[in-house]
Design a protein. Structure first.
Length: 69
């Protein structure tokens, strides 16, 4: 994602006006956003990796009766 210079400048100016404690809170919030994104990507990746394994286990004639439930 690219950020335009105007938005970047506005954000920097707003951060400059914050107290040290508020700046720390902003940093923690940004870190939590990044961690959430990373966690979502990890979940998606692990789900995709496990699909083929689960298909081998679940796609069998014995369990076919459960497909219509």
């Amino acid at each position: 994602m690219t950020i335009n210079n105007s938005l970047e400048t506005r954000l920097i100016e707003k951060v400059k006006k914050l107290s040290w404690e508020q700046i720390q809170q902003v940093e923690q919030f940004i870190d939590s956003l990044n961690a959430e994104k990373t966690e979502q990507q990890l979940i998606l990746s692990s789900t995709k990796l496990s699909e083929s394994v689960f298909n081998k286990v679940w796609d069998n004639p014995e369990d076919a009766v459960y497909d219509d439930l």
